[in-house]
Design a protein around this ligand. Structure first.
Ligand code: B3K
Ligand code: ZN
Length: 884
C-alpha cells in the first residue's frame, strides 16, 4: 500500500483552541463507485473554491485519506504526476492552486478486508458505509471535517445479481442495466452536507414500505431495507418512525425535507445506528423487533433509536457541528429529544428512572475515571473515543437543565431560533446557548461551565428546623471534584427542583423572605454555599430535593431511615419516591458491606424489609413503577458510593440482601407473580408491558430462594412463553441458579430453537456471560469457539465479552487476575481487527485507581502488557490516559 496509510510517529492530540476554518470549500461532489469486494474503484470529482473566511495567501489544499490506493489525480482535467503533489501521513497536499478548480481522484479500496467497519465495508455480503466521524477518508481523499458542506451526486455500479439494490443519499434520479450483468443507480442529495453524513448501501435486500404525510401535506416514502429472513421484524421500526415524524412536527415544529426516508438494517455495526441524510444505516439490534424473538426492552430500544436518528435530521444534519469538539451539540440535544419522545410514548416516570440509573452508574463512573472529559472536550487524539456517555447522556442532561431553566415555551422559542438562524450551517455549542439566552433574557455565562468542567458536582445539603421561629433553613454546598487536567473548579449553576413535605405527607407551600413559592420550586444554586430559610412552618418538614433529577449531580442529605420510608410513599414526585427507596436500600446495603468487611455475621436492616413488605402488600396502582421500586441498586451503583471499592464485599452484601428479602417475602412475591401472569396472548400495550415486567421481577426474586417450586415456575414459564420477554426472563432465572444443572436443559433448548437468529443468540451469549458463578470465565472462553460467535462482529463481542467484564464484576475482578488477562488478550486481538471496539472494551481495566492495592497492581500489569503492542490511535489514547 502507499504511504497514505501509515504513520510511524506517536499519535498527537488536536486542540479546540487551534480551530481554523477550512482553506477550501467544496461546491459539488460527484462520486462514482465500481463496487467489488476487494477492489472497489472510487472516482471523485470535487469542485473546490477558496474559502473567503481564510485571508492567508496561497494556502495549500490538504485532503485526508486512509487505507487508499491512489490510482490517478487530475487537476482541471489535467493528469498530475507524483511531483505535483505530496502524499504522506494520511494526507494528500496540493500547492499553488487557483481560486476555483476541479480535482478528480481515482482510488481503489478493499471493503471485504475492512474489519474496522469504518468507511465502505461488507456485512453479510452486502456493502454499507459508516462515515461518522472520520470514515469518509477511507473512501476517497477529502477535506473530511464537518464544516465543509457540499452537494453530493453518487453513481453506483455493481453486479446486478449479487447487488440488486443500490442506495445512497437523497433522491434516485436514474437507474438502468449495463453490459456484463451489471447495473447502476444515480442518486442526488439536494441538501449540502458534511462527508460524515454520506452513505452507500448495495446488496441483496428487501424493502418494507410505508408512507407518511407531513404537516404541509407532502407524502414521504418510507422504506426499511432488510435481509429476506427479517422481513417479519420491520413493523415496529416503521411505526416508531411515523410516530417520531409526527412528534417532531408537533413538539419542535420540524418537518421532514426529502421525498424519501430509508433505513437499512446491517448485522455488523460499531454503534447503534447512523443518521446519514435520507439513508440511515442501523445495527440490526436497534431496528428489528418481533415479539417472539425480541424483548419489550428491545422494542423500547428500537423506538428510541429510530426516533433519535430521525431527530438528527434537524439537530445534526440541517444544523451540524463546526468541529468534533462540538459533538454534544448534536448528540446531547438529540438524546434529550429522543428521551422526551420516549417519555411521551411510554410511562414518563419509568423512562426517567431508567435514564437516571444509567447516568448514575455508567456516566458518573466515566466522570470519575481516567477518561473523564467535559461535555465539550478541549483536546482529543481519536474522536471515536469521545462517543461517550458524557457527550450523549450528560450532554442531554445539560440541555434538559436549559429547558427547565427557560420553561417549555421559551425553550421552544430558543430551539426555533437555533434551527432558523443556523439552517445549512456548521455551528458551535455557544451558538446554541446564545439562542437560549437571547429568547429568555437569561445570563447563561455561568451555565457554560457545564460544557467546560468535567466531573460530577457533589451537593451536600443539610436542614435545621427552629421550632420557636417556625423556620427551616436549608444549606447547600457544592463541590466539583478534580479531574484529569482540571484540578481546580468553579461553582456551577445547579438547578435543584424541590419541595417540603409536611407530616401529613403533602407538600407545604413554601415561603421565603416574604415571597410565596408554591409547593414546588427550582432553586438555583450558584455559589459554593447558599442557604434558604423557609418561614411559617408548624412542624419540621422533610425536604424532597432534586425532584425529577433536575441536575446531573450527586446529592447528599443525611436522611434518616424513617424519613426515607416516608418519602417513598408520600413524595408527590414519582422519581423521588423511587429514589427514596434506592437511598434506603443503599443504607441497608452499605451496612452489610461494613459488616462483611468487619467479618461480622450479616444481618439485614429491618427497615428495608418493612419498606419492601409495605410495597408488596399495598394495592398495585402502577405496576411499571412498582417493578422499578422492587429492584435493588446494582453492584456498579453501590460501588459508585465508595472511594475504594471492595468488589467482593459489595457482591456478598447484595447477594445476602437479595436472599434475605426473597426468603422473608416469598409469599408476597408469589402472589404478585401470579396476579400478573396472564393466559392472554402477547400484546404490546403499556399495561401488558408493565405486567410482564413486574411478573418477571417477581420471578427473579422467587428463584433467588432456589426453592424447587420457584424453579419449576421458571421452567413452566420458559416452556409456555409466547414471547421473548417471558422466555428470556425465565431462562435467565434458570441459568443463574446456583446449581448449574438447573438451567442446562433450557439453555440447550433455547440454542436449538434460535440458532437461525443472530440477534437472539446474542442474548444466549449474554445470559451465560452474566452467570454469577466462579467458573463463568471458562464458559465464556468455550463460547468464543461457538459457531455463532465472531470477534469480527461487534454485537457478539458486546454480548459475550463486554457483558462478562461489565456485568459480572465479581468474576471479572477475580483475584488470580485471570479476568484481566483474558480482557487484555481480547483487546490486543481486537486492536488489529477493530480499534474502535477494542478501545471501548478496555475501559473497565482503566478504572483501577479505585480498587484495592492488589487488584490495582494486577490491572496495571494487564494495561502495561497492552501498551507494549503497536497500538491504534484509539487504544493509544485510552491506555496512556489510564497509565498517566
Ligand atoms: N451519530 C452516530 C454515531 C456515530 C459513531 C461514530 N463512531 C449515531 C448517533 O448518535 O445517532
Ligand atoms: Zn446521535
Amino acid at each position: 500500500m502507499n504511504p497514505a496509510q501509515t504513520t510511524s510517529a506517536a499519535p498527537q492530540p488536536i486542540f479546540l483552541k487551534d480551530y481554523l476554518p477550512p482553506a477550501f470549500l467544496v461546491e459539488q461532489v460527484y462520486l462514482n463507485f465500481l463496487l467489488h469486494p476487494t477492489q472497489t474503484r472510487v472516482t471523485s470529482r470535487l469542485d473546490f473554491k477558496r474559502n473567503p473566511a481564510r485571508k492567508e495567501v496561497d494556502l495549500p489544499l490538504v485532503l485526508e485519506g486512509q487505507e487508499l490506493k491512489l490510482i490517478s489525480i487530475k487537476l482541471n482535467d489535467k493528469s498530475l504526476t507524483p511531483q505535483d503533489y505530496q502524499l504522506a501521513d494520511q494526507q494528500l497536499t496540493l500547492t499553488s492552486l487557483p481560486d476555483t478548480f476541479t480535482l478528480e481522484v481515482d482510488v481503489e479500496i478493499d471493503p471485504l478486508n475492512n474489519t474496522a467497519l469504518e468507511g465502505l465495508y461488507q456485512s453479510s455480503g452486502n456493502f454499507c458505509t459508516q462515515c461518522e466521524a472520520e470514515g469518509f477518508r477511507r473512501i476517497t481523499f477529502y477535506p473530511d471535517r464537518p464544516d465543509v458542506l457540499a452537494r453530493f451526486t453518487t453513481r453506483i455500479e455493481a453486479d446486478k445479481n449479487l447487488y440488486p439494490v443500490l442506495l445512497s443519499n437523497g433522491n434516485l434520479v436514474e437507474q438502468g442495466d449495463l453490459e456484463k450483468g451489471k447495473h447502476f443507480a444515480l442518486w442526488q442529495d439536494p441538501f449540502p452536507k458534511p462527508a460524515y453524513l454520506f452513505a452507500l448501501v448495495a446488496g441483496n435486500l428487501h424493502p418494507i414500505k410505508d408512507t407518511f404525510t407531513s404537516c404541509s401535506g407532502r407524502e414521504v416514502a418510507l422504506e426499511l431495507w432488510v435481509e429476506k429472513q427479517n422481513l417479519h421484524k420491520g413493523e415496529h421500526a416503521l411505526r416508531s418512525l411515523k410516530a417520531a415524524m409526527l412528534w417532531d412536527e408537533q413538539t419542535y415544529g420540524r418537518e421532514y425535507d426529502l421525498a424519501i426516508y430509508m433505513i437499512v438494517a446491517v448485522d455488523d455495526f460499531n454503534m447503534g445506528a447512523m443518521e446519514n441524510k435520507g439513508l440511515n444505516v442501523f445495527n440490526s439490534a436497534c431496528v428489528l423487533a418481533d415479539p417472539k424473538s425480541e424483548t419489550d426492552a428491545a422494542f423500547n430500544r428500537v423506538e428510541s433509536v429510530v426516533a433519535h436518528e430521525y431527530f438528527h435530521n434537524w439537530s445534526g444534519n440541517r444544523v451540524t457541528c463546526r468541529d468534533w469538539f462540538q459533538l454534544s451539540l448534536k448528540e446531547g440535544f438529540t438524546v434529550l429529544r429522543d428521551q422526551q419522545f420516549s417519555a411521551d410514548m411510554n410511562s414518563s416516570a419509568v423512562e426517567r428512572i431508567q435514564q437516571v440509573s444509567r447516568l448514575r452508574t455508567a456516566q458518573f463512573a466515566e466522570d470519575a475515571g481516567p477518561t473523564a472529559h467535559p461535555v465539550r472536550p478541549e483536546s482529543y487524539i481519536e474522536i471515536n473515543n469521545f462517543y461517550t456517555l458524557t457527550i450523549y447522556e450528560k450532554g442531554a442532561e445539560v440541555v434538559r437543565m436549559l429547558s427547565e431553566l427557560l420553561g417549555k415555551a421559551t425553550f421552544r422559542k430558543g430551539s426555533d431560533l437555533y434551527f432558523e438562524r443556523f439552517d445549512g450551517q456548521a455551528v458551535t455549542v455557544d451558538d446554541f446557548v446564545a439562542c437560549m439566552a437571547e429568547v429568555s433574557g437569561l445570563d447563561l455565562s455561568q451555565f457554560m461551565l457545564w460544557y467546560s468542567q468535567a466531573g460530577t458536582p457533589e451537593v451536600t445539603a443539610s436542614g435545621e428546623y427552629h421550632a420557636a421561629e417556625k423556620t427551616y433553613t436549608l444549606t447547600l454546598k457544592q463541590q466539583i471534584p478534580a479531574t484529569p487536567d482540571q484540578p481546580l473548579k468553579q461553582p456551577m449553576l445547579i438547578p435543584i427542583k424541590m419541595g417540603l413535605v409536611g407530616p401529613a405527607g403533602v407538600d407545604i407551600p413554601m415561603e421565603v423572605n416574604g415571597e410565596f413559592w408554591g409547593a414546588e420550586r427550582v432553586i438555583q444554586l450558584k455559589e459554593a454555599e447558599q442557604s434558604f430559610t423557609f418561614y411559617n412552618l408548624e412542624a419540621e418538614p422533610v425536604p424532597s430535593l432534586l425532584r425529577g433529577f433536575s441536575a446531573p449531580i450527586k446529592l447528599n442529605f443525611a436522611y434518616t431511615r424513617e424519613q426515607l420510608a416516608f418519602l417513598m410513599t408520600c413524595d408527590s414526585d414519582g422519581f423521588n419516591r423511587w429514589d427514596a427507596g434506592q437511598r434506603l436500600a443503599l443504607l441497608a446495603l452499605q451496612g452489610l458491606v461494613s459488616q462483611q468487611q468487619a467479618g461480622e455475621k450479616l444481618s439485614l436492616d429491618s427497615s428495608l424489609i418493612q419498606a419492601y413488605s409495605k410495597l408488596l402488600k399495598a394495592p398495585v396502582t402502577d405496576p411499571a413503577i412498582l417493578a422499578e421500586m422492587l429492584l435493588l441498586p446494582s453492584e456498579a451503583y453501590i460501588a459508585e458510593q465508595y472511594a475504594e471499592v471492595d468488589i467482593d464485599a459489595i457482591h456478598q452484601a447484595r447477594e445476602f440482601a437479595r436472599k434475605s428479602l426473597a426468603k422473608e417475602l416469598y409469599t408476597d412475591f408469589l402472589r404478585l407473580y401470579q396476579a400478573h401472569t396472564t393466559t392472554q396472548k402477547w400484546s404490546p400495550d403499556a399495561e401488558a408491558i408493565a405486567a410482564r415486567r413486574l411478573k418477571n421481577v417477581c420471578l427473579s426474586w422467587l428463584t433467588t430462594t432456589e426453592k424447587t417450586e420457584a424453579l419449576q415456575l421458571a421452567q413452566a414459564q420458559f416452556k409456555q412463553a409466547d414471547n421473548m420477554t417471558d422466555q428470556l426472563a425465565a431462562l435467565t432465572c434458570l441459568v443463574h441458579a446456583q446449581d448449574a444443572s438447573v438451567g442446562k436443559e433450557a439453555l440447550e433448548a433455547f440454542a436449538k430453537q434460535w440458532s437461525h437468529d443472530a440477534l437472539v443468540m446474542d442474548s444466549w451469549f449474554s445470559v451465560q456471560a452474566s452467570r454469577p458463578h466462579p467458573d463463568v470465565l471458562a464458559s465464556v472462553q468455550t463460547l468464543e469457539n461457538h459457531s455463532a460467535f465472531s470477534m469480527k462482529n461487534p454485537n457478539k463481542v458486546r454480548a459475550l465479552i463486554s457483558v462478562f467484564v461489565n456485568q459480572n464484576r465479581v468474576n471479572f475482578h477475580r483475584k488470580d487476575a485471570a479476568g484481566y488477562q483474558f480482557l487484555a488478550n481480547k483487546v490486543i486481538e481486537l486492536n488489529q481487527l477493530n480499534p474502535q471496539i477494542a478501545a471501548r472494551l478496555v475501559i473497565p481495566l482503566t478504572r483501577y485507581k479505585r480498587m484495592d492495592k492488589v487488584r490495582q497492581g494486577l490491572m496495571k500489569k494487564a494495561l502495561e502488557r497492552i501498551q507494549q503492542q503497536p497500538l491504534s490511535a484509539d487504544l493509544f489514547e485510552i491506555i496512556n490516559k489510564a497509565l498517566e
